[in-house]
Design a protein. Sequence first.
Length: 105
Amino acid sequence: MIAPSRLPEPQPYRLALRADEAADALGISARTLAAMVADNTIPHVYIGTRNLRFPVAALQRWLDSQTMPAEIGVVGPQQQADLPHDLAGVMGLAANPAAKGRARQ
C-alpha cells in the first residue's frame, strides 16, 4: 500500500489535485492514473467538461481502503520454511544476491 503521507495536506483553498499532482502523490505514472480513471477505479471528478480533479479527502479514503492480497505479501521466515526446498533457495538468492556465487560452488 502506498503511504498516505505521500499525499499533500489538504488546504482550505486546495481541495483537489490535478492529474499530474495526483500521479506524483501516488507514485504512479500519468498513464497508469489515466487507465484507473477510465476503469473508474480511483475517485475523481470533472469540474466542467474538461477539468479532471482528484479530491484529496477521497483519495485518502481510497488509499486507506486498499489492501494487499495475501498471495502478494512478503514471505516471512515461517512461510519460507514451509516452501519446497528449491523455491526457498531461489527466494533466498533473490533476497541476497551476494549468496548467488556461493550457491554454485
